[in-house]
Structure formats: C-alpha cells, structure tokens
Design a protein around this ligand. Structure first.
Ligand SMILES: C[S@@+](CC[C@H](N)C(=O)[O-])C[C@H]1O[C@@H](n2cnc3c(N)ncnc32)[C@H](O)[C@@H]1O
Length: 272
C-alpha cells in the first residue's frame, strides 16, 4: 500500500515560533524595568537559561555597548540555528554573546546581573529538590544586586483540555493559525503536556511542531524554593487589566490579586 508523503512545513519551525510566540525586544525591556524597579539602576549582564535560539540574548546586547549575554541550552542544533540567524546584529553585538551547550543544572558561567528563563521553561525541572539546587546554583552566578526572573503559567484552565486558537502573520505576510493544545494534566504530580500545532490555508494542520512536558509549579511553591535556596527577597509581577477586565500586557509588582481562569506571572528572586 502506498503511503501519502508527509507534507513538509513551509517554514522552519523556529521561524514559526519566533513569529507566533516570542517578543524578545519587549521581554528584555520588561526584564530591565524589573531590575530598575528593584535596584534603581540598569542591568548590563544577562544569562538566558533554556535559551533555545537565544533571541532574548540577541535583543539584550542590542540595548547598549556595555550589554553582554550568556545563553545556555542543552541542544546544540538549536543553538546553531540561532547562530545562523543573527543578521540583524552587528559584529560587535555578536561578540558580546557567549553560548553554552550545557545543562542549566550544572553549567558554570561568568556572573551576571540577571538570569532569565522564558516560556515557562522552569517546568522542565520536575522535582522540588532539583528546583532548589538550580536556584542555589544560580545564586552563585549572580552578582550582588542580581535577580533571577522567570515566567509561570497558571489558573484552573491549565488542567482543562482547552485548544486556544489565534492567527498571526509571518514576515512575508502569510497568515498562519496557531493552536495551543492542552493535551494532558496529572493533578497528582502536576505534570502536564502541551503542544503547538500550526495550520496554513489549504494544507493539513502541522501537528505537534512543538511539544512541552512540564511540571506546573504554583507561585507559592517557587517562592518557597527561592527563599530556601538563599534568595534575599522574592517579588511577583502580575498582569494588569484593561477596561474589559482582560490582561493589558503590563505587569506590575503585586501581592493581592483576583484569580482568573488562565494567567501568566513573573517571579523574581532578588540577591542583594
Ligand atoms: C521552550 S524552549 C525555550 C524557548 C525560549 N526560552 C523562549 O523564550 O521561547 C525550551 C528549551 O530548553 C532546553 N532545555 C530543556 N532542559 C534543559 C536543561 N536542563 N538545560 C539546558 N537547556 C534545557 C531545550 O533544549 C529547549 O531548547
């Protein structure tokens, strides 16, 4: 029996990811705002953990001539893709980024002002003792006046079989549908599986272009682990609402907030 040939993705998967998920310029603007709010000065040295194609590092070094970044990921192939896509950087900017193909749990890097983790990657660490170990290791790589910042996804919807759909444009103008799929959630250990599918007009959906298997940590769990690891303080940034009660994309330091079905928050460990 003849099998139909699987259709090839018309873009590289990281091109789709960059256009549909990432906003590294704004993300780095936000990271610097948080640092400024904590220490009333700018940060210059960043470490990006779970960096994949290290877009955050690229946008960090664009912020100024003193800015440097180290980017860490286990996957050499992904880092190499990132290295091949740096045309928007000057030679000097490229030289201010150092990449490490390494495990974030054990890597040794120069000390930095900020260690950042994006896209919920803290969930790759599934055991509490490993999370504390990771935070302790990070503390030794932070200068005094340093922060570690990461995002968390939460709310009751993260455990429900939801498919979130939206469309976005590729740089060439092609419209693509993005589907964020909540595939599994185990309430006993809070391990979850999510995936991203893409759908282009006139083509079958490209399923599970990205798959994620994470532990969905709660805010108080990670706050306790940061304190246990030795951070001096922990702050939580929560998204503000617009007039219709929807998130407006602006995150501010908060202590008492109203719950909502699905939310993103940033957790900030402070080393004085
Ligand atoms: C979701 S992607 C990160 C995407 C990127 N941070 C962003 O902003 O969109 C997760 C990355 O983490 C890497 N990774 C997973 N476990 C790791 C570990 N223990 N040490 C280093 N990298 C790891 C994977 O290779 C993958 O590239």
């Amino acid at each position: 029996m003849k099998h139909k040939k699987k259709e090839k993705l018309p873009y590289h998967k990281y091109e789709l990811y960059e256009a549909s998920v990432q906003d590294p310029k704004d993300e780095m603007e936000f990271v610097n705002r948080v640092y400024q709010e904590v220490f009333q000065k700018d940060a210059t040295h960043l470490r990006e953990d779970f960096c994949a194609t290290f877009r955050n590092s690229c946008h960090w070094v664009k912020r100024g001539p003193k800015h440097r970044a180290v980017a860490v990921d286990l996957c050499e192939k992904t880092i190499n893709y990132g290295k091949k896509h740096t045309d928007f950087l000057t030679k000097d900017e490229i030289q201010r980024i150092r990449t490490y193909v390494s495990n974030v749990m054990t890597v040794k890097t120069p000390s930095v002002d900020v260690i950042s983790v994006s896209n919920f990657s803290i969930g790759y660490i599934k055991k509490r003792n490993n999370l504390v170990k990771y935070f302790k290791n990070n503390l030794t790589h932070l200068r005094n006046d340093g922060i570690m910042i990461f995002d968390l996804l939460g709310g009751q919807e993260i455990s429900e079989p939801v498919k979130e759909k939206r469309t976005f444009s590729m740089p060439d103008g092609t419209r693509v549908q993005y589907i964020w799929d909540h595939e599994e959630f185990n309430p006993i250990n809070r391990n979850a599986s999510y995936s991203i599918h893409y759908k282009l007009k006139g083509k079958p959906a490209f399923e599970r272009v990205f798959e994620y298997h994470w532990r969905m940590w709660s805010i108080p769990e990670v706050v306790d682990c940061l304190i246990e690891a030795g951070f001096d303080d922990v702050k939580v940034y929560w998204e503000e609402d617009d007039e219709d009660g929807e998130g407006n994309g602006y995150f501010s330091q908060s202590e008492n907030v109203e719950d909502c079905p699905i939310w993103i928050a940033y957790v900030v460990g402070v080393k004085k």
